[in-house]
Design a protein around this ligand. Structure first.
Ligand code: HEM
Length: 515
């Protein structure tokens, strides 16, 4: 018979075994951390045992660093003020940089010493290699050669028209469903609205497919949007953590519904590629479609630089890389404009003077909207949707004054650079006027102080696409609505929440139609 004494003994065995296992792990982790630290002891920094999900007083930052804000604090606390921070983990070292000279070497003069690490970027390879994931220059050049023409002026002009049309569908939806009266939107609803527009724009300007995102009856559209969102939220993680293990990969995909999402997206992309190829064969000379996929298929037709699978992988990556990022940026723009009504008024006045009576904007109009463009750039500076980019050293390299050995992860801390006191006056403040200074605006594109789209050869291929798209959508929204912040930020602060990108959480807006 099981006695109480027996149960107590069993418990104490388990507790003792747990303590012994923990101590052994702790010893192992300490030795490994020390070995890692010794490799880079010449770089100021700190060490961290674990990635705990929340801050534990005293133990943080040894077992918790937090996200970008925690990294910023670690820079203040552990670096020597030179914009370089070593972080030693059990799995290896990461060198975080935000020093201008080092950034220049990383992105330009010593870029051949770095490659994109497979363990991070393989998560973007659901259908194989693409321009984002290609690790080295030779692979990347192959993808880039085909992808680059897809972001030509032709495509950008076409995209601007589509972005205006898609936003008008959102405007109609908002006006009709609230009978032309003011209404409130919060958090997920704002994210949902922005991602509906950006997916539809990418569908049309990217694949020449209307997903019918604004057609409530169209279940295929909803299905496709949900599939893309699932790939972003769960598919990338499954790919990253289980991609190399066929058994776990298959079961985790099944468990989280990722397999279904992949097959829906696969079907849409396959059909689009077949359609574009047929059109190209029947009408090569007059191939007039200006969407990204048509231009990809065309660029690939002569030399067959990419396989069909790689064409598909690139099309998917444009959807994944372009949707969340632009949608998050727009949410931040709306937040900042609602928080600063004076800037919202100025942007609307500028828009109304260039485009009276709610005339539609286009590719050319943007030049005449410097303040509105500044509003977007300043939101991108303060709230970069991608807060860091990482590469691995493929040989020993010297960055600034520091020797960095082969196989070290070097991470550019975009968030910290964009908010650096050294490069920006009042860096924590939202001041769109700073981008009215054309010299500063142009300089920031090259001088490693504004890194929201990264820099160098691997800079975001869609950076113009994204800025123009955001501008078209914002112009249409400001022509039709006024946005007021409903959060009392002393009690319910709008927080930066990290998912794949950083977006505002807890945001509440009052949206009032303009006359
Ligand atoms: C506000 C919107 C956007 C932001 C903030 C943004 C940011 C970035 C960043 C930081 C990178 C570098 C990533 C890395 O090296 O790991 C990147 C790369 C990339 N982005 Fe964007 N992006 C945006 C919109 C777009 C759009 C609209 C597209 C396409 C339609 C796009 C396609 C890509 C691609 C293909 C790459 C890889 C480029 C290469 O490695 O050559 N992005 N983006």
């Amino acid at each position: 018979m099981i006695t109480l004494q027996f149960l107590l003994n069993l418990c104490s065995y388990f507790i003792t075994a747990g303590i012994v296992i923990f101590l052994l792990w702790f010893l192992y982790a300490t030795i490994i951390l020390y070995i890692n630290y010794k490799k880079l002891a010449h770089i100021p920094g700190h060490f961290q045992y674990l990635f705990a999900p929340f801050r534990i007083p005293l133990l943080a930052p040894r077992i918790y660093l937090g996200n970008f804000e925690g990294i910023e604090k670690a820079f203040d606390e552990f670096s020597d003020g030179n914009g370089v921070l070593r972080m030693s983990f059990v799995r290896g070292n990461t060198v975080m940089i935000k020093n201008k000279q080092m950034l220049k070497e990383f992105f330009v003069t010593k870029q051949s010493s770095f490659e994109k690490p497979e363990f991070i970027y393989s998560m973007f390879e659901m259908f194989g290699q693409n321009v984002l994931s290609a690790p080295d220059v030779s692979d990347w050049k192959r993808h880039h050669k085909v992808a680059h023409p897809a972001f030509s002026i032709d495509n950008l002009q076409y995209m601007c028209e589509e972005a205006v049309e898609c936003t008008d569908l959102l405007v109609d939806r908002w006006i009709n469903s609230h009978s032309g009266k003011s209404f409130e939107l919060k958090d997920d609803e704002i994210g949902e609205a922005m991602s509906t527009v950006t997916v539809e724009v990418l569908g049309r300007a990217g694949l020449k497919v209307s997903f019918g995102m604004f057609d409530r009856e169209d279940s295929h559209a909803e299905e496709f949007k949900n599939a893309v969102n699932l790939l972003v939220s769960k598919g990338l993680l499954v790919q990253r953590f289980f991609g190399k293990n066929p058994f776990l990969y298959k079961w985790s995909q099944r468990l989280l519904g990722v397999d279904k999402a992949v097959s829906i997206v696969n079907r849409v992309l396959n059909n689009s590629i077949v359609d574009r190829k047929k059109e190209l064969e029947s009408d090569f000379g007059n191939f007039s479609k200006k969407d990204i996929l048509s231009l990809l298929v065309k660029a690939n037709a002569e030399e067959k630089t990419l396989t069909d699978m790689e064409l598909k992988s690139n099309s998917l990556i444009f959807l994944l890389a372009g949707e969340e990022t632009t949608s998050s940026s727009l949410q931040w723009v709306l937040y900042e404009l609602a928080k600063h009504p004076e800037y919202q008024k100025r942007a609307r006045e500028e828009i109304n003077s260039v485009l009276p009576n709610k005339a539609k904007p286009n590719y050319e109009t943007v030049q005449a909207l410097p303040f509105t463009t500044g509003v977007i750039l300043e939101a991108l500076r303060l709230h970069p949707p991608v807060f860091s980019v990482a590469k691995q050293t493929v040989k020993n390299v010297k960055l600034g004054d520091y020797e960095i050995p082969k196989n070290t992860l070097v991470t550019v801390f975009i968030y910290g650079v964009n908010r650096s006191k050294e490069y920006w006056k009042d860096p924590e403040e939202y001041q769109p006027d700073r981008f009215m200074d054309m010299e500063l605006r142009n300089k920031s594109q090259h001088d490693f102080t504004f890194l929201s789209f990264s820099m160098g050869q691997r800079k975001c291929i869609g950076f113009q696409f994204a800025q123009l798209e955001a501008c078209m959508i914002l112009v249409r929204l400001l022509q039709n609505f006024e946005f007021t912040l409903l959060n009392d930020e002393s009690k319910e602060k709008v927080r930066a929440m990290k998912n794949v990108t950083i977006r505002p959480a807890n945001l509440k807006l009052l949206i009032k139609p303009t006359k």
